[in-house]
Design a protein around this ligand. Structure first.
Ligand SMILES: *[C@@H]1O[C@H](CO)[C@@H](O)[C@H](O)[C@H]1NC(C)=O
Ligand SMILES: *[C@@H]1O[C@H](CO)[C@@H](O)[C@H](O)[C@H]1NC(C)=O
Ligand SMILES: *[C@@H]1O[C@H](CO)[C@@H](O)[C@H](O)[C@H]1NC(C)=O
Ligand SMILES: *[C@@H]1O[C@H](CO)[C@@H](O)[C@H](O)[C@H]1NC(C)=O
Ligand SMILES: *[C@@H]1O[C@H](CO)[C@@H](O)[C@H](O)[C@H]1NC(C)=O
Ligand SMILES: *[C@@H]1O[C@H](CO)[C@@H](O)[C@H](O)[C@H]1NC(C)=O
Ligand SMILES: *[C@@H]1O[C@H](CO)[C@@H](O)[C@H](O)[C@H]1NC(C)=O
Ligand SMILES: *[C@@H]1O[C@H](CO)[C@@H](O)[C@H](O)[C@H]1NC(C)=O
Ligand SMILES: *[C@@H]1O[C@H](CO)[C@@H](O)[C@H](O)[C@H]1NC(C)=O
Length: 498
């Protein structure tokens, strides 16, 4: 069950990474359901960012029209990961001479239109939020009026604005032969490649500025348009709009697909096997252990993971017939982990499973680790004599490669080198950490998820695979790095929720 929940988590991470894509080659009435329109924005065969209603006054208006679904821009402060391209047709028709004030493509954390953002504010900020990082808005403005108290170059320019009506860079379109407010269509392209923001008008490059959007904007943003009028007015119209934003890894992150599809299927298989075993275990326990022993013993003999094997009788003797007095750890075992006797698939079982004869959170983490390694390497967990140096277990083999600094050699040959070396390395080291012979050193699933989603570095692992020692000693506290071990060291009874 826990694995299933994990699989759901992982697939959510996967789908979040895919990004946002849409294409309005023209606007229909029903497209309104995809948009967030402020009070004075309308949809009439085009987005009227400020309204165009028969004869009604259009002075001192501001408006915002945004795509309803937010776009995931980054994974956190300072780590921009998204790229996007957008193309739209703008048509601005002056209603006074000259017209005013302008239109902007905006990327914003706040979908709401700021109050009193008409006039020179272009619906981007207002007097209060101008210049404040609280505004959380980056805009490409198409300014059609040279406002008195701003440093506008002219009444026909493109500018890049960050949390402000002041442009960090502005370029007059006049010298390129374009007139924004001539009532003609202009095809605007805005592209962001993770480092630079680029603006072109009718295939002419207008500006390209180095920019880290993640330092100015939250992780999830809205994209769309804002516009305004003052006593000078114009119709601010967007006639078509395509947007394509993707994860920097190149579409749905391929490594994720590689991991998710097999993980999901193996998870189902494991659940199926567990259910079967559970039903079998309701038969007399002793008999079942005898029956199951063949496999497990094979596994122990083939594996050098377990240094010693004990007969059930010996263990019974040593522990006073598993007397509660002799139990390790807490006396009270409320968790469901404690109810299961050895029930698992050889190769996925942690070395201590044979000694504690029950599944714990840590043995689950171990199994997950093996599964992860297996998927990334495209190999079975157990003995595969045809592979060079592939002895006994995938864990030993990979740890050996890790010691030699060549862990990425293990990546599935079918991937044909088409992967991010860093990502593969990260996932493999994480898998090895989960397969640490000492259960106390295995990361928590919380940490695992953080690493997989890129929020944390993989845990540090020793260069040599440590040998299995039982009973396992918890790490001395001076060595513990909380961020790595996560909730791993919380008392056993608190682990029920993982
Ligand atoms: C958007 O749709 C139009 C018409 O359906 C099509 O011609 C155009 O290629 C599409 N653009 C993209 C980027 O898919
Ligand atoms: C628009 O704003 C200007 C300046 O604030 C003001 O003088 C004018 O009366 C306003 N027009 C309308 C119709 O409210
Ligand atoms: C991002 O980090 C910088 C410095 O590390 C900090 O000053 C800023 O407030 C952070 N911004 C957000 C949105 O967390
Ligand atoms: C953006 O456009 C460029 C060039 O037109 C293209 O190479 C790139 O893949 C596009 N990016 C996205 C996210 O669509
Ligand atoms: C600016 O907008 C915010 C949010 O809409 C609002 O609380 C604030 O009062 C506005 N400032 C002015 C000067 O209108
Ligand atoms: C808006 O804020 C910028 C700082 O980002 C400042 O330079 C500019 O003078 C302000 N504009 C107005 C009209 O207050
Ligand atoms: C742009 O066109 C408008 C409307 O035709 C005109 O009033 C304005 O002077 C033109 N601006 C430039 C810079 O050519
Ligand atoms: C810009 O491109 C649009 C659409 O491709 C076209 O209709 C318009 O005439 C062009 N404008 C100029 C000034 O070249
Ligand atoms: C970003 O823009 C600068 C110029 O503003 C240019 O020198 C640089 O090559 C661009 N980088 C990319 C990745 O496009």
């Amino acid at each position: 069950m826990r694995l299933l929940i994990l699989a759901v988590f992982l697939s959510q991470a996967l789908f979040k990474a895919i990004g946002l894509e849409f294409n309005f080659s023209s606007f229909q009435k029903e497209d309104i359901k995809y948009l967030i329109l402020s009070e004075d924005s309308y949809l009439v065969n085009a987005i009227q960012v400020t309204r165009d209603t028969n004869g009604a006054p259009i002075e001192n208006l501001s408006g915002r029209a945004l795509y309803k679904k937010p776009f995931r821009l980054s994974k956190g402060n300072g780590s921009t990961m998204a790229t996007f391209n957008t193309t739209f047709l703008v048509n601005i028709k002056p209603q006074t001479s000259p017209g005013g004030e302008g239109l902007a493509f905006i990327i914003t954390g706040d979908s709401a239109l700021p109050e009193n953002s008409q006039g020179k504010w272009l619906g981007i900020v207002n007097e209060t939020s101008n210049g404040s990082s609280q505004a959380r808005v980056v805009a490409v403005e198409f300014d059609t009026r040279k406002s008195d108290d701003t440093d506008d170059v002219d009444d026909n320019h493109v500018g890049l604005n960050i949390n402000s009506i002041h442009s960090t860079n502005q370029v007059s379109l006049t010298r390129y032969g374009f007139n924004i407010s001539a009532g003609v269509d202009l095809r605007v392209f805005v592209g962001y490649n993770g480092n630079n923001l680029t603006v072109s008008v009718n295939e002419t490059l207008i500006l390209s500025e180095p920019l880290d959007l993640s330092t100015h904007l939250p992780e999830e943003v809205y994209v769309g348009f804002s516009a305004s009028t003052s006593t000078y007015t114009e119709l601010n119209c967007v006639k078509s709009w395509q947007f394509s934003g993707i994860d920097i890894g190149g579409g749905p992150n391929l490594l994720w697909v590689w991991i998710m599809v097999p993980v999901a299927s193996v998870t189902l298989l494991i659940i199926l096997i567990s259910v079967l075993l559970y039903h079998r275990m309701r038969a007399p326990v002793d008999e079942d252990l005898e029956g199951g022993r063949g496999n497990i013993e094979d596994q122990i003999t083939l594996s050098n993971l377990a240094p010693n094997k004990f007969r059930l009788k010996e263990l019974k003797q040593a522990t006073g017939d598993f007397s509660p007095k002799n139990k390790l750890g807490k006396e009270k075992e409320k968790t469901h982990h404690s109810t299961v006797e050895i029930a698992g698939t050889p190769g996925y079982m942690a070395p201590e499973t044979f000694l504690v004869s029950r599944a714990t959170v840590e043995t689950d983490v171990y199994s997950f680790g093996v599964l992860t390694l297996e998927v990334v390497c495209g190999r079975k967990p157990g003995n595969q004599s045809e592979q060079n140096n592939y002895n006994n277990s995938i864990v030993n083999w990979l740890w050996e490669l890790y010691r030699k600094g060549r862990i990425t050699d293990a990546a599935d040959l079918k991937m044909d080198g088409k992967f991010e070396e860093k990502e593969v390395e990260c996932v493999l080291i994480l898998g090895l950490a989960c397969c640490h012979p000492n259960p106390h050193y295995r990361p928590s699933m919380k940490t695992v998820l953080q690493v997989l989603s890129g929020e944390a570095e993989p845990p540090q692992i020793p260069h040599e695979r440590p040998s299995f020692v039982w009973p396992a000693m918890p790490p001395s506290f001076s060595k513990i790095d909380d961020s790595l071990t996560g909730s791993q060291l919380t008392p056993f009874t608190e682990l029920t929720g993982r």
